[in-house]
Design a protein around this ligand. Sequence first.
Ligand code: SAM
Length: 261
Amino acid sequence: MTTFQFKKKYGQNFLSDPNLLRGICCDAGLTCDDNVLEIGAGAGALTKQICSIAKNVVSFEIDKQLENVLRDLNCKNLTLIFEDVLKVPTNEIEAYFNGSYKIVANLPYYITTPIIFKFLKEAKKLVSLTIMVQKEVAERICAKPGEKNYGLLSVSCAYFGQANIMRNVSRKMFFPQPDVDSCVVNLQIQKKDETVNQKLFLEVIKASFKSRRKTLLNNLAEAFKLKKSKFSELKFDLSKRAEELSVDEFINLTKAIEKII
Ligand code: SAM
């Protein structure tokens, strides 16, 4: 590691504190029966901790310069993949596991949201995500209707499961030190409703939050290119703003919109 240069472009802020590494695995509820997908192995501090508990671990790392240090971990239950996790189809990733799996990761912050959406939308065998994210993102994930951080990410996570902030992590715990504090968030996957059209649901919430100051009616009419009068067929108060609606209300709204488009 002596010649290793940390790459800001890859969000390389590494952990080393043993208590924190154990704490993250504890937040994930890891047991010896678990398969784990780690995203961003870095120098392997968290990888090693996960491997000491879980059954099988598959760890992605984009930076090939870390290959030697990661191979030196010599963990028998570890499969290392040196690829950009966003470029590998989710079904190919899931094929590494015989059965269900958990995600445990100190995520690269520059792609936190794309990674969350990739797995929420596409994963079939995912049980939970336990992820280190920026504090501000953690607050958005866990926000409730009416709160200032409530938005697309909050509703999506509430649809796909139950999210909780497990611990606050000071920026001082990382090397190099980032400009922001972090949190570990645990999201247990349990879809709210299997009958709603998931693709449309995501389109509806995206459209609803597009302009937070606009009413639902204005945002939806614009996004779906429909006359406002068409929405009067829906039994919905569309004079509200998106931030007022719960996930259940968004589900009902999606089911209603499906009938008029
Ligand atoms: N797990 C290590 C730890 O906790 O010390 C490193 C975490 S660091 C915040 C994020 C890691 O993700 C970096 O090693 C970075 O190179 C890697 N990474 C960044 N973008 C990636 C991508 N698209 N696919 C896979 N790994 C990526």
